[in-house]
Design a protein around this ligand. Structure first.
Ligand SMILES: Nc1ncnc2c1ncn2[C@@H]1O[C@H](COP(=O)(O)OP(=O)(O)OP(=O)(O)O)[C@@H](O)[C@H]1O
Length: 312
């Protein structure tokens, strides 16, 4: 658990983070969203003490981070930034091995861990281990950046706009991969983004920041249904709200009995994506299958709109 209490940063008389208090339970994802300059990065960097707080405290697993030497703290916490921050003159394997090497792991253990992570991130070790970052695509560099941050099995991962430089299709895939890895390792993640859709997709809870303050700290549904502030409502966008709500609901929740023709959707697909598929393929109903490809029923356009209306 990460307990942030009254955390404040003042630069030259300007309060850029203002008495922020948040508790992030272990194994959950917190998204920090807000406009440029609202203090998101500064808040994130105070957690691993890349920025020293002016006042307030951060406790991790009950321990005040001021009691931990900063370099040790940063080894315990994975950190991913936009642009991935890879060392250009080190190979992929050397980049991923950075923290395990600092921790003095033996060579075999490091080599095993590097291969394991490369496989998880779908980078064939034989092909990519000895490449340099400049010999990778943006999406591959991003995966190496996350793999490096996870190398020493940190319980906490801080991510600052990690997907900002990726094109939309790769970004969606990178988010899905991250969620899978998060579930597998139960990593506690705090992710900074200026993209509300990203916050909604990734966050168990979302902190909306403006001018150094957290205006609302709530679940995605809470933020969408009950914005606590005009600025939050504006960020959510009234017209986009039904679509964003649908993006939180899996098809599974709206399956009906009956048949439909054409290619099926799986039960995990979001209602928003299923709705898009209906519009795109001109169908008013889609067959629904389980992950194991077992027929479960169908999803209808009427079912989706009832669902969207009920949610509002
Ligand atoms: N080292 C510093 N010295 C002085 N002011 C700073 C420093 N770092 C950040 N600031 C100021 O603090 C405010 C918050 O910056 P921060 O980078 O935390 O915002 P942000 O929400 O992450 O913005 P962005 O989305 O643009 O990255 C800004 O006004 C910035 O100019």
């Amino acid at each position: 658990m990460i307990e942030i209490e009254e955390l404040t940063k003042v630069y030259d008389g300007n309060t850029v983070v203002d008495r922020v208090s948040l508790t992030v339970p272990e194994g959950t994802v917190a998204a920090i969203v807000g406009t440029s300059g609202s203090g998101k990065t500064t808040l994130l960097r105070m957690i691993n003490r890349l920025v020293e707080p002016t006042s307030g405290s951060v406790r991790i697993g009950g321990q005040d981070t001021r009691a931990i030497p900063p370099h040790e703290l940063r080894r315990q916490i994975g950190y991913v930034i936009q642009g991935y921050g890879l060392f250009p003159h080190r190979t992929v394997a050397e980049n991923i091995a950075t923290v395990p090497q600092l921790l003095g792991w033996d060579r075999d253990r490091i080599a095993r861990r590097v291969d394991e992570l490369m496989e998880i991130f779908q980078l064939d070790p034989a092909q990519y281990r000895d490449r340099f970052p400049s010999e990778l695509s943006g999406g591959q560099q991003q995966r190496v950046g996350v793999a490096r941050a996870l190398a020493a099995e940190p319980k906490i991962l801080l991510m600052d706009e990690p997907f900002g430089a990726l094109d939309p299709i790769i970004r969606t895939k990178a988010r899905d991969d991250l969620m899978e890895i998060q579930k597998k390792f139960r990593t506690t993640i705090i992710i900074v983004t200026h993209d509300m859709d990203e916050a909604i997709q990734l966050g168990d809870r979302i902190a909306v920041m403006q001018e150094g303050r957290v205006l609302q700290w709530d679940t995605p549904t809470g933020i969408l249904l009950d914005p606590a502030h005009d600025f939050v409502a504006e960020l959510v966008g009234v017209r986009d709200r039904p679509f964003r709500l649908l993006s939180l609901q899996p098809v599974r929740d709206a399956v009906e009995e009956g048949d439909a023709s054409g290619p099926p959707v799986t039960e995990d697909t979001s209602l928003r994506d299923a709705f898009a598929e209906m519009l795109w393929s001109g169908r008013r109903a889609l067959p629904v299958v389980s992950r194991a490809n077992k027929r479960l029923g169908r999803l209808t356009l009427e079912g989706i709109s009832r669902r969207a209306a009920r949610l509002q």
